[in-house]
Design a protein around this ligand. Structure first.
Ligand code: HEC
Length: 120
């Protein structure tokens, strides 16, 4: 076979291997959109898995403990919680030095805050 025929075939093979669909590579296990977001069932598990390693106890990072409802509510109400997980400008992107939370998880946090961040 001539090179001129091999080249297009090689290009198709190469591009065919290129996957950029994040949801296919990293299925978002443990997160599904819900109608009513529950603090206990939906928000606490996210915070425990991604945030509490730094944000709990006496020496919570940034002086921001996220291990009690009262404290989480405070940062939900002042916009810092959502701004940080959305990596919005003007906020420190959280989890610090980690990957951005999936859009499903950020969506749950946003919806919970928009509902008034209830202790439900
Ligand atoms: C590796 C440690 C670490 C992890 C994990 C982490 N944080 Fe932080 N966080 C910090 C530090 C340190 C600060 C202080 C500001 C800074 O250094 O960026 C901070 C600051 C913040 C702030 C204030 C940001 C601002 O700009 O007002 C919020 C809100 C916050 N974190 C929420 C979270 C949430 C929610 C998670 C989990 C999704 C999380 N953090 C995970 C270390 C961490």
């Amino acid at each position: 076979m001539k090179l001129s025929k091999l080249l297009p075939a090689a290009l198709i093979l190469l591009t065919g291997c290129f996957y950029d669909v994040e949801s296919v590579l990293y299925p978002d296990t443990g997160c599904a959109p819900v109608t009513t977001v529950s603090y206990t069932k939906d928000i606490v598990p996210i915070l425990s898995q991604y945030c509490l390693s730094c944000h709990s106890g006496t020496f919570a990072s940034g002086g921001i403990p996220l291990d009690t409802y009262t404290s989480v509510k405070r940062y939900a109400d002042n916009g810092q919680l959502l701004g940080s997980v959305q990596w919005a400008s003007g906020y420190s992107p959280m989890p610090k030095n980690g990957n951005k939370l999936s859009s499903c998880k950020v969506g749950l946090i946003q919806k919970w805050i928009e509902a008034g961040a209830p202790n439900n």
